[in-house]
Design a protein around this ligand. Structure first.
Ligand SMILES: [Fe+2]
Ligand SMILES: [Fe+2]
Length: 294
């Protein structure tokens, strides 16, 4: 039976022709960052703040796990995509590090330091207890989660418009690039394991569990700092915003299950049109910011 499960292979699909994976340093400064920068709503803001605390070290984990196997790339094009992936994730680490320092400077120093320290402990545990292939499988699984969160951000529900302009370009840029490189770790894993289904899916539930525990703990820590942890109406409204149709949970939970489909591939859902649309918007916003600064 295990042999049958293992052979539920996913095929490797090429990245759509209109997508290129090119790293970009943005040097955001987040001047004038407002306290509840997501829709002026604390629960969603702090959930995304908590996630941001995981990014600098989490994305280094992704890079390391892919780098271990990059020599197995089967073509120049794949080698180039892996280099693009590594460069993009390295840039995300740097920009989110700046964002996290800004959170600390806004009065959340204890939360920022504690959150990053806990993320580092989880990641050290991953390095210690998982084999190299399991680490790559964990990266592929978490890349599915970042890709479906990115899809929510870029989707038609006007999510980007709810983000304060001081930080909007960070999340837009990150979401675009997560979409661009969403299949790089996945394809490398398929090659390394010869499409082993079990290896691909067995890490998804534990990886998601750690991410959820972490995110809820640090969302709660940020809310406690604001004195909002015991305000039932504020909490209920935030939870409703996440759970309602078009909210983060309502969007990502069904998409999360797609990963378990035999033969799944990240580009089965070709959302490359979102990249084209939002790249143009990001480029325009960056050009406007440069003109304003000149
Ligand atoms: Fe990233
Ligand atoms: Fe990524």
């Amino acid at each position: 039976m295990w042999q049958r499960i293992r052979s539920l292979k996913s095929s490797i699909k090429p990245t759509p022709g209109n997508v290129s994976i090119i790293p970009q340093r943005m040097n955001f400064d987040f001047k004038g960052l407002s306290k509840h920068w997501f829709d002026n709503e604390p629960v969603q803001t702090h959930l995304l703040n908590a996630l941001s605390l995981t990014f600098p070290d989490g994305e280094r984990f992704f890079v390391d796990s892919v780098r271990t196997f990059r020599h197995l790339a089967q073509s120049k094009a794949q080698q180039k995509e892996i280099s693009g992936f590594i460069g993009q994730e390295a840039m995300h680490s740097l920009e989110h590090d700046t964002f996290n320092k800004m959170l600390a400077a806004m009065g959340y120093q204890q939360e920022a330091e504690g959150g990053q320290a806990l993320a580092q402990r989880f990641i050290a545990g991953g390095h210690k207890h998982l084999s190299d292939v399991e680490q790559l499988a964990t990266t592929a699984a978490l890349e599915h989660i970042t890709a479906i969160m990115a899809q929510w951000l870029l989707s038609k529900h006007n999510v980007i418009d709810k983000i304060d302009p001081s930080v909007r370009q960070l999340w837009l840029w990150h979401a675009i690039e997560e979409t661009e490189h969403k299949a790089v770790a996945f394809d490398l894993l398929q090659q390394v394991t010869d499409g082993d289904y079990l290896m691909r899916v067995k890490v998804m539930a534990p990886a998601t569990w750690f991410l959820l525990v972490y995110t809820f703990a640090y969302t709660a820590a940020f809310l406690r700092k604001d004195g909002l942890h015991n305000k039932p109406l504020t909490l209920a409204n935030g939870i409703w915003q996440l759970a309602k149709p078009g909210g983060l949970f309502a969007s990502v939970i069904p998409a999360w299950f797609r990963y378990f489909k035999p033969g799944f591939h990240p580009w089965d859902d070709d959302d490359s049109h979102l990249i084209e649309q939002w790249r143009a918007s990001l480029d325009q916003a960056m050009a406007d910011a440069q003109t304003a600064a000149a």
